[in-house]
Ligand binder design. Structure first.
Ligand code: BJW
Ligand code: ZN
Length: 252
């Protein structure tokens, strides 16, 4: 794979860089994506399960789905794509990972600034009294009901129709506004408001680099589009950046 000269030039002088990631970046860690035929959820519709009404209608089913997924994420490890972003961070004045994933893998890999737009599967709280349960406490509790008040315990994640966490969204928007470059990695770019962020970058003069194994609704408007797996493409881009810039941050 070679990087077009125009992109090399942009990466040589870029200062503020953002990576917006989706389920595809964790696919190579063995975590199924949401949409697409090979996704484990191809038989389940995330729009039907990932909402508050579904949870109230059938808390056991929805809680079991998340318990199962918590298990998968704990058994999986960050892959070369997550580590490539940790490396990339070292080359720029600021580097923000904005993720739609709830799997905690960017933080486990060591990325420093991570905006988790859709929450984190390791956090849970009681709808009745607000008591917080981390993943292990939740498992130890052995029930979907709170040990204090008997209320339902839900994962601290963002379902359809729910607002995104204010702080994480503010961090993401602010990073997008000043980004010279945004890498959009492994997301189908159909879920809002995350899908709006590349437009924010564009409006403010930044460039969009898409990395995906398939075409998405963003592909036509991206400035550069790499068709390939996140681990392969990001590892190569990171090597190129190191070559172009060395390890030193441009802090001027
Ligand atoms: C690889 C690869 C490899 C594979 N390498 N690539 C404006 C317009 C239209 C609709 C709306 C709008 N504003 C709001 C909405 C409604 C809604 C929405 O967007 N609906 C659309 C589906 C139409 N949005 C919301 O409700 C949001 N809230 C909100 O806007 O609040 C304000 C509000 C309140 C009240 C009323 C109205 C507005 C909240 C969205 C929350 C999304 N939650 C979920 C579940 C989280 C918990 C969980 O994990 O269970 O988040 S849904 C699910 O989709 C999950 C994901 O984070 C999200 C995005 O999916 P992602 O990451 O893109 O995964 P996939 O599977 O779709 O794609 C994987 C990609 O990877 C593919 O492209 C592959 O090709 C690629 N790939 N392997 C590289 N190896
Ligand atoms: Zn409670």
């Amino acid at each position: 794979m070679s990087i077009p000269e125009e992109l090399q030039k942009i990466l040589r002088s870029a200062r503020d860089v953002v990576a917006l990631t989706g389920a595809g970046i964790s696919a190579e860690s063995g975590i199924p994506t949401f949409r697409g035929n090979d996704g484990l959820w191809s038989k389940l519709n995330p729009e039907e399960l990932a909402n508050f009404d579904a949870f109230l209608r059938n808390p056991e089913l929805v809680s079991e789905w998340y318990e199962h997924r918590r298990q998968i994420t704990r058994e999986s490890k960050p892959n070369p794509a997550h580590y490539a972003l940790v490396e990339m961070e070292k080359s720029f004045r600021s580097f923000t990972v904005i993720t739609q994933n709830i799997d905690n893998l960017h933080k486990r890999a060591g990325s420093k600034t991570v905006a988790e737009l859709h929450g984190n599967i390791e956090r849970n709280y009681c709808l009745g009294c607000g008591k917080r349960y981390d993943g292990e406490e939740f498992d130890r509790n052995g029930s979907f009901r709170c040990s204090e008040c008997g209320g339902l315990i839900r994962p601290d994640i963002v379902w359809f129709g729910e607002m995104l966490p204010e702080d994480e969204w503010a961090l993401a928007e602010e990073a997008a506004q000043r980004a010279d470059v945004m890498f959009v990695v492994g997301t189908s770019s159909v879920v809002y408001p995350a899908a709006e962020l590349p437009m924010t970058v564009r409006r403010n003069g930044g460039k969009i680099v898409e990395v995906n194994i398939e075409e998405t609704p963003l592909s036509d408007s991206a400035d550069f589009s790499f068709k390939g797996s996140a681990s392969m493409v990001l590892s190569e881009i990171t090597d190129e950046i190191k070559e172009l810039r060395g390890f030193a941050k441009d802090t001027e």
